[in-house]
Design a protein around this ligand. Structure first.
Ligand code: ADP
Ligand code: MG
Length: 220
């Protein structure tokens, strides 16, 4: 059974007279429990693809299905509901609410998915190495701390599909290895993980690697 399916996604951007072809017919299929690395040079379309897969952006062509439900060209209310129940999402920035501290951000994410669990907030903070930052606000965090807090938020509800854009770009080697073991636990529990990454340590642990080049999947 496929959990997440993308059919021939196209995404174009126009800036003045310039046209960028960010996605040129990308198809993929993820199964429950799969751990997949999305790789490719900067500008190859990784972030655009992750935004389209999670319904944060609309492709100009093609569509996405999550658990057999169409995500593309639905109302924002429908997309938001599918996002809250199916996805944990880590973007490259903007993952935290500025008026909530780190613990409250994590707890809110659990509440949105009906999985509030205060004890687990502490475990997540420990995993990303941020116990000492539980009560800090976004403006008090360094770039790396913000990224780790965002990851704890994305993982908060044990989402069926974790979609993370360069989750280990700003973490130290110890945190990276704790995260890798968490991704492996997710796999054992039948949860799906899709990570855009430049880390070969991370990609080596994946079940497979999808390589993007110039908005296309290599080998397609
Ligand atoms: P990656 O994440 O692999 O670095 P991106 O998906 O961010 O690649 O970008 C793919 C291409 O689309 C790049 O050429 C980028 O400049 C362009 N692009 C992405 N988002 C926008 C946007 N909002 N407006 C214009 N161009 C964009
Ligand atoms: Mg990117």
């Amino acid at each position: 059974m496929s959990l997440l399916v993308a059919h021939e996604l196209y995404r174009f951007f126009h800036t003045g007279e310039d046209e960028t072809f960010a996605l040129r017919g990308v198809s993929l299929c993820l199964s429950p429990g799969e751990f997949v690395a999305l790789m490719g040079p900067s500008g190859s379309g990784k972030s655009t693809l992750l935004s389209c897969l999670t319904g944060l952006d609309e492709p100009d062509g093609g569509h996405v299905e999550v658990c057999g439900m169409r995500l593309t060209r639905q109302s924002e209310a429908v997309r938001a509901r599918i996002r809250a129940t199916s996805f944990g999402i880590l973007l490259q920035s903007g993952n935290l609410f500025a008026h909530l501290n780190v613990s409250q951000n994590i707890h809110l994410q659990m509440q949105l998915a009906d999985k509030a669990d205060r004890a687990r907030v502490g475990q997540l903070l420990e995993m990303v190495g941020l116990q000492h930052r539980a009560h800090s606000y976004v403006l008090q965090l360094s770039g790396g701390e913000m990224a780790r807090a965002g990851l704890a938020v994305a993982l908060a509800a044990d989402p069926p599909i974790l979609v993370a854009d360069e989750p280990t770009a700003e973490v130290d080697a110890d945190t990276e290895s704790r995260l890798i073991s968490h991704f492996e636990t997710r796999r054992r529990n039948g949860l799906t993980t899709l990570l855009a990454t430049h880390s070969s340590a991370l990609a080596r642990k994946a079940d497979r690697i999808i390589r993007l080049h110039d908005g296309r999947v290599e080998g397609d």
